[in-house]
Design a binder for this molecule. Structure first.
Ligand code: AHR
Length: 497
């Protein structure tokens, strides 16, 4: 097929907030125990943190990690996870039917963040607990002076405050599966009070209001409007969560899901701006897409109820999942003006790009690579290209463009990067790339992932689904001819000469 892409600096949709490349660690399955924390592992450091995991997290260049849940947080007593380990209680986690030993808690996670070069996005429990426990946690984490909670932190060996800037006001509070689920009005009131008190404790923090648990949730739309109507002045972001699946083994529809994602994002922006208009407010609420990924491969995997960190949600990702996750992140970047935070859910073992053996090996899943490319090369400003390409119809969608793409322009590094998915199962694409006001930019690297069976996966000792380098495409002045293989992920990097 033939296609064209036109690009200009003027096509900027927004500056990319680095926090768009965030991820998520929940006390769930082997994300913490056997994942980031595994004292018996040969690479474990003095804090029991796996350095092989930290190395891969650094490869992903993740600047922000959400913690400790997820559904888990809605029953979590943060006080259980601080202080002397031997005194910490074992608790039943009703979210995932396991026992939480609390060996690893908030301070351990903050140490991990420092070592992984990431900031923490901390979630508070607004399910079984409330505003009081939330503001106490802010005081424990962030207060410099002497106060009961700050002094408790000191007595635990942490003289300096952690200075956590970003806080989630609960998690998926509309969902019946959530401990302490609420109506939008009840949640709006609680989130408003919690956020006010948390910000009175530390005026430098930002808070995220829970949106609906997905676009398919029956509460979607009205929930955001009602909760925001109440909490608009005290919060900064509203959250979005979305996972996709390919149960019907309908790959064209699966890869077309980004059309739905686009609608979802646009709708949430509209709801935020509707409340802004209604309130005649000068303040804009931005979006925190703090859970997104493919999730379905591991459904119904058996586990022993009330056991400690059993394998849960251990999806093994295939090549088509890599193409969809790349397309999802491209879609988020198209809205870089309003999406300021996003978290690939999750980071290690649990629906994750990094997979470990407890006490043993590690590998990069297929979805690791598109994220790695975007996070490392997709900085600066997002440029939304004009794409002309053939379209297809499938069972769930019509008029799906075969080519999905975003470009990023890093003024400081004088680099341009074009990220592109060719969704056709069988047709290569010859793409004419026209650069309008980007004189002197010449390609210096062309990376792709292609030629794999759509169901191909990676495993321990076999990362066969991985990117490779290609010959640099020819450029004729401001026109570059890029040949992309059928069913491929592509990254073209250019530098100003
Ligand atoms: O990421 C897994 C789970 O998905 C999270 O705990 C929850 O927030 C969502 O439903």
């Amino acid at each position: 097929m033939k296609a064209s892409i036109t690009l200009a600096k003027e096509f900027k949709t927004g500056d990319i907030d680095p926090r768009l490349y965030g991820s998520f660690i929940e006390h769930l399955g082997r994300a913490v125990y056997g994942g980031i924390y595994d004292p018996s592992h040969p690479t474990a450091d003095e804090d029991g943190l796996r350095l092989d995991v930290i190395d891969l997290v650094k490869e992903l260049n993740v600047p922000l990690v959400r913690y400790p849940g997820g559904n888990f947080v809605s029953g979590y007593n943060w006080e259980d996870g601080v202080g002397p380990v031997e005194k910490r209680p074992k608790r039943l986690d009703l979210a995932w039917g396991t026992t939480e030993p609390n060996t690893f808690g908030t301070n351990e996670f903050m140490k991990w963040c420092k070592k992984a070069n990431a900031e923490c996005m901390m979630a508070v429990n607004l399910g079984t607990r409330g505003a009081d426990e939330a503001r106490n946690l802010v005081e424990y984490m962030n207060h410099k002076g002497n106060s009961a909670w700050a002094d408790l932190r000191r007595s635990h060996g942490f003289e300096e405050p952690w200075g956590v800037k970003l806080w989630c006001l609960g998690n998926e509070m509309d969902g019946a599966w959530q401990m302490g689920a609420k109506t939008a009005v009840d949640y709006g009131k609680l989130a408003n009070e919690a956020s006010k008190m948390m910000k009175w404790t530390d005026g430098s923090i930002e808070t995220v209001l829970c949106g609906s648990s997905s676009r398919n949730s029956p509460t979607f739309g009205e929930w955001e409007a009602q909760a925001l109507d109440i909490a608009y002045d005290s919060v900064d972001y509203v959250s979005l969560h979305q996972y996709y699946e390919n149960r019907a083994d309908d790959t064209p529809s699966f890869l077309a899901k980004t059309l739905e994602l686009e609608e979802f994002i646009y709708s949430v922006i509209c709801v935020c701006d509707y409340i802004k208009a209604k309130k005649r407010s000068k303040k804009t609420i931005n979006l925190s897409f703090d859970e997104w990924n493919v999730w379905y491969h591991s459904d119904n995997a058996p586990y022993e109820r009330w056991s400690y960190s059993p394998p849960r949600l251990e999806d093994i990702y295939n090549f088509e999942d890599a193409l969809l996750t790349g397309s999802m992140l491209i879609t988020l970047l198209r809205h870089a003006d309003r999406i300021k935070i996003a978290c690939l859910a999750q980071l290690v073992n649990v629906i994750a790009p990094i997979f470990t053996e407890t006490g043993g090996r590690i590998f990069r899943q297929t979805i690791f690579y598109p994220f790695e490319h975007l996070s490392n090369y997709g900085r600066g400003a997002a440029l939304k290209p004009i794409i002309k390409c053939p379209k297809y119809d499938c069972r769930q969608f019509c008029d799906v463009p075969y080519i999905e793409s975003i470009a990023t322009y890093d003024e400081e590094r004088e680099e341009l990067a074009i990220f592109l998915v060719n969704k056709s199962l069988d047709e290569a694409a010859d793409i004419e790339i026209k650069l309008l006001d980007l004189d002197g930019f010449t390609p210096f690297e062309f990376i792709s992932m292609d030629g794999y069976d759509k169901k191909a996966v990676n495993g321990f000792g076999s990362e066969k689904v991985a990117p490779h380098l290609n010959p640099i495409p020819e450029a004729d002045g401001a026109v570059i001819n890029l040949h992309t293989k059928a069913f491929s992920w592509n990254v073209l990097r250019l530098k100003k000469q």
